[in-house]
Design a protein around this ligand. Sequence first.
Ligand code: MG
Ligand code: FE
Length: 168
Amino acid sequence: MATGNDRLIQWLRDAHAMEKQAETMLEAQASRLEHYPELRQRIREHISETQNQARRLETCIERLGADTSTMKDAAGKMSAMMQGLGGALADDEIIKGSMAGYTFEHFEISAYTTLIAAAEEAGDQQTASVCREILREEKAMADWIEHHLPAVTKQYLEREELGGPAKR
Ligand code: MG
Ligand code: FE
């Protein structure tokens, strides 16, 4: 039977794989964006946060006495690449990408909400506090996308109307 600590370690590893996937996805988006500089800038900021989140998770996993050298993040990276490719093929790439980003941030929010409760249950206040910190960053990113999505959509539609480059 798995103990609370085993579950906590497993979920921290899952979160780490999620962050590696996020990094690949965000990098693909930022590198392709041309006509939406504000969005590109915010994504770049979130890439640094994301890299930092992965490092903070590693620290938590190591503090719990688990090994971080065997973490299998490759599958997540691969699926992120495929997702990136899917988005790139859409002729409304900026819109589909923003929607996917918004959805992904909420997936992260659910992961950290779960992790905070699991860390509290295990009596690991340090991990709980790291996860609260990361949760705030994910919520801030989700809020940013939510508040900018209408303007991005209108810009996209106006550019398309004028026959200019709109998709990214
Ligand atoms: Mg994240
Ligand atoms: Fe995020």
